[in-house]
Structure formats: structure tokens, C-alpha cells
Design a binder for this molecule. Structure first.
Ligand code: UD1
Length: 344
């Protein structure tokens, strides 16, 4: 029987892996989940496994809170060990984190085919650690599972045309599966006294925004200005939380709350008037709920959301006219992925 070894480690990967994991089980394939340990707080990791019914990882490599070299290096060594024990037929990696690149490299060096979910995304900004991770992961992958036609074209421009498939966006699968459950189970609006349609949601966590104090100040000042017009609720990533806690004066007008589980986040975003974020996933989730987004970055990989008028960069003046984005698919991306894995 075919054995898939899935590498996850950071919050967005749990969200992307959930529907694929369910589809693998339904198709009767064996999946061994390896958690690198990159995200380790209960609120950044465990809650996603519980709420999204992801099987417990067979391994937790406990690699976290290190610089890029040390983190990727330790992951590479420990992932290689797990892959040598498990001898999978395919290694499945997601997105663009250090866990992604370590999983892809470890497998490629052991001559195990790599399948990359969310292949082909490019910001064309090589100063982002994620951009390096994406390029490297794509170039050692055998199966490139693209969420959009733009991603397919980006790969073609780098000479990658074999094993490339536009399958739709797995995060849309996850969102569709969670919306009803979030309505029934999340108490996030009640806990924070929020009225649907009367608040914006902000998130900041990208190294490019947090690591340069001047840049971080510009972002916080932008959010403070936005908070003059509407309530701004900000679930905080651990690193951003530390920075904001030590900021003097405290950010004005922003309601800082704990980092949220998936169901709380789905409900919070679905009822928001606007999203302000530097997250890649949240730009799409804003569109899935048809909530307008402002991306607090100078470029985005998710150009479709800008072209379709649901998103704009903070440097842009306004939105283009709104339309639908068919690329993200029909909520069946994970089924297509499993079919392609079976065929590999
Ligand atoms: C990582 C990914 C980023 C992704 C993000 C999703 C890389 C290079 N970056 O960024 O692409 O968008 O995940 O959230 O892989 N921390 C905790 N508790 C946790 C997790 C992190 O305290 O559960 C702290 C770490 O100790 C560290 C900081 O947050 O000081 C940053 O964590 P790290 O894993 O290096 O990267 P992220 O910023 O989360």
C-alpha cells in the first residue's frame, strides 16, 4: 500500500494539510505525519489538530525558536532520520516555511519524490525567507500542486513544466468545511463584545514587517490610523505580541487579543468589515468570506485577489472593480491532490 510522509510544522500548514489528510484516509492510503515542532504553543499548534481533526503526528522533531540556518539544518537532519525509518513512497510538503524547505530537501536527497502543495507562488522578493523556501522546494519537487494559473505560469517561467497541475486551493476546502462548525461553536464575537460588520481584523507576523523597528513602527502607525475609523481587533502572533508589549506608548485604539484557533478565526473573519494583514493565507480567506482586504506589504503572491478587487496593497490608492476568482476552485482541491499522488 502506498505510504505518504507529510511534513508540517507551522500554523498555516496544519490548516492546509487537514483536508488532504482526510482525503488520504478516505482513499485508503497510509499517511505518516511528521511535525517539525516549528510552532509549538498549544494555541499555535495543538488547537488546529483538535479543531480540524488532523491525526496525531507520528513524530514531533521539536525544532523551533532558532535562526534560519540552525532551524533548517536541525530539521533536515531529523527529517532524514524519520524518512529513513518510514521509507515513504512520496513526501508531501506545504507552503513556504522552513519546515517546507527542510522536508523537500531531505526527501530529494534520499531520492524520494516530493509533492509540493501550493507550488509556484512567487513574490519576486528574495529578501523574504519564504521566497527562498518556495523556489528551492519547487525546484526539487516531482509533483507541483498549484493553487492558481498564475502559479503554473510562474513555474513555466523558471523552466518547470513537468508534474505541474492546477488543483485549486486547499485552504478553500478547509474554509468550506469549517464555516458551519465555526458558527455553532465559536464564541469569539461574544467574548470580545463585537458586532458583525462593525470591526476590522488585523494580523502582523512577517519577518519583513517585524524585524526592522522602523518598518514595524510604520505598520503600527497605519493600524492606529485605521482604528480612528473602526474598531480594530488584532489576534497576536507570539513574536508580534512580544514587540507590542514592549512598545512605549502602547498601540492606540487596537484591541489586542490572544492568537486564535481556526474556528474562532473563521467566525471573526467572516463577520468582519475589513481585513488588514501581512499573512498570505488571510488575504485569500478574506476573499472566501467576501470581506475586503488591505495587505500590509509592498507586494503579494496572491495577485488574483488584487486583480479581482477584493484586496489591495497598503501602497495602492483603491480597489479595482470586483469580480469572482474561479482559480481557487470548488473546495475539492484535496481530492484532486490525492488522485495525482496515487498516479505518481
Ligand atoms: C513562520 C514562517 C512564515 C509563516 C508563519 C505562520 C518561516 C521562515 N516562516 O513564521 O512563513 O507565515 O510561520 O505563522 O518558516 N513562537 C512562539 N510560539 C510558537 C511559534 C513561534 O513563541 O508556537 C516564536 C518563536 O520562538 C520565534 C518566533 O515566534 O521567536 C518566530 O517563529 P518562527 O517559527 O521562527 O517563524 P514565524 O514567524 O512563526
Amino acid at each position: 500500500m502506498m505510504k505518504i510522509l507529510t511534513v508540517v510544522g507551522a500554523r498555516p500548514q496544519f490548516i492546509k494539510a487537514a483536508p488532504v489528510s482526510h482525503a488520504l484516509a478516505e482513499a485508503g492510503l497510509t499517511e505518516v505525519i511528521v511535525h517539525t515542532g516549528q510552532h509549538f504553543d498549544a494555541a499555535m499548534s495543538d488547537v488546529f489538530f483538535q479543531e480540524l481533526d488532523i491525526p496525531k503526528p507520528a513524530y514531533n522533531l521539536e525544532v523551533n525558536s532558532l535562526g534560519h540556518g540552525a532551524m533548517t539544518g536541525k530539521m533536515l537532519e531529523r527529517l532524514e532520520g524519520a524518512m529513513q525509518v518510514e521509507k515513504p513512497d512520496i513526501v508531501l510538503v506545504y507552503g513556504d516555511t522552513n519546515s517546507t524547505v527542510a522536508g523537500a530537501l531531505a526527501a530529494a536527497k534520499l531520492h524520494i519524490p516530493v509533492a509540493h502543495v501550493e507550488a509556484g507562488l512567487r513574490s519576486f522578493n528574495r529578501r523574504m525567507p519564504e521566497e527562498i523556501n518556495r523556489v528551492v522546494a519547487d525546484h526539487v519537487s516531482s509533483l507541483l500542486l498549484c493553487p492558481t494559473q498564475t502559479a503554473v505560469a510562474n513555474l513555466a517561467a523558471e523552466g518547470i513544466t513537468e508534474g505541474v497541475h492546477a488543483v485549486g486551493d486547499v485552504m478553500f476546502d478547509t474554509t468550506l468545511a469549517a464555516v458551519k462548525r465555526a458558527e455553532g461553536r465559536s464564541t469569539i464575537l461574544e467574548r470580545h463584545g463585537l458586532t458583525p460588520g462593525r470591526y476590522a481584523v488585523a494580523t502582523i507576523h512577517r519577518a519583513e514587517n517585524t524585524d526592522d523597528p522602523e518598518r514595524f513602527e510604520r505598520v503600527v502607525a497605519w493600524l492606529e490610523a485605521a482604528a480612528l475609523h473602526s474598531a480594530v481587533v488584532m489576534p497576536v502572533h507570539p513574536r508580534t505580541g512580544k514587540l507590542l508589549a514592549s512598545r512605549n506608548p502602547a498601540p492606540a485604539g487596537l484591541t489586542l487579543i490572544e492568537s486564535l484557533g481556526y474556528l474562532d478565526m473563521v467566525r471573526l473573519v467572516s463577520q468582519a468589515a475589513a481585513i488588514f494583514t501581512d499573512s498570505g493565507g488571510l488575504q485569500k480567506e478574506a476573499y472566501f468570506h467576501r470581506v475586503p482586504c488591505v495587505t500590509l506589504r509592498d507586494e503579494t503572491e496572491w495577485v488574483e485577489t488584487i486583480e479581482a478587487g477584493w484586496n489591495r496593497l497598503w501602497t495602492d490608492d483603491g480597489y479595482t472593480p470586483r469580480k469572482e476568482i474561479p482559480d481557487f476552485g470548488d473546495g475539492q482541491a484535496s481530492l484532486r491532490i490525492v488522485d495525482l499522488l496515487k498516479a505518481l
